[in-house]
Design a protein around this ligand. Structure first.
Ligand SMILES: [Zn+2]
Ligand SMILES: [Zn+2]
Length: 227
């Protein structure tokens, strides 16, 4: 009987037989691996079975860099992420909080959980039906949690509102149809730009979308993240 071959769920290359442990690309844990992708992609069992919230938490906990271009697309490559969907609302705030934590700002892992709780009730398509994209609100949540804003605050509340409104403006100017990947990139950029006014954060690398052309509704040359 011919041996079966399995494609890598991340990049499509045929998995190769492997002996010993391999490091999970999401959480960094090492686990016995029978197969591994020639490009090094390996997912531990817990990450393989994780839903969006769990994979966001596990990956953000392990990530020690300061580049959203590394962290956000990595999580969006997980099988629990669709081309478009409400899981993108949950993603933006944890990515921003993680970049801030790794840049020396005091961000506890509890804040990542709190952020996702605040965002889980935003329905799919809210950009069109409410005029408020969940990814933009997610950027506002991150800034609110970092500054400790509430409806009673002054400057902190203004920073959160400006983050959401700048993100919405950026997305509105990019035109339709919706692309949840584009909204994630634009919201993270706007939040980092606002946070840089108050905190010592490095410049971030420009996003280049690794999903470009592969997803339904991709605006291709009409998108600044294409190519
Ligand atoms: Zn692969
Ligand atoms: Zn893992």
């Amino acid at each position: 009987m011919a041996e079966r071959s399995f494609p890598c769920p991340i990049c499509g290359e045929i998995l190769e037989k492997h002996e010993g442990k391999a490091e999970c690309m999401f959480c960094g844990e090492k686990e016995e691996a029978d197969y591994i992708c020639p490009n090094g992609h390996f997912r531990c069992e817990e990450c393989r079975l994780a839903g969006p919230k769990e994979i966001i938490e596990r990956t953000c906990k392990n990530y020690d860099g300061t580049e959203p271009i590394e962290l956000a697309p990595l999580i969006m490559k997980h099988s629990s992420f669709n081309a478009h969907g409400i899981e993108h609302h949950l993603l933006v705030a944890p990515v921003i909080l993680t970049i801030c934590r790794n840049s020396g700002i005091d961000v506890s892992s509890k804040k990542i959980k709190t952020a996702m709780k605040r965002l889980e009730d935003i329905p799919y398509g809210a950009c069109g039906s409410r005029g408020a994209c969940g990814a933009c609100e997610s950027a506002g949540v991150a800034v609110s949690l970092i500054t400790g804003a509430s409806f009673r605050s002054g400057e902190e509340r203004s920073l959160a509102l400006r983050t959401t409104s700048n993100s919405l403006k950026a997305i509105a100017e990019m035109g339709g149809p919706r692309c949840c990947k584009q909204s994630v990139y634009a919201s993270i950029e706007q939040a980092i730009s606002i946070l840089k006014e108050e905190y010592d954060l490095d410049d971030i690398e420009d996003f280049k979308c690794p999903f470009a052309g592969d997803i339904e509704g991709c605006k291709e040359e009409r998108c600044i993240y294409y190519g």
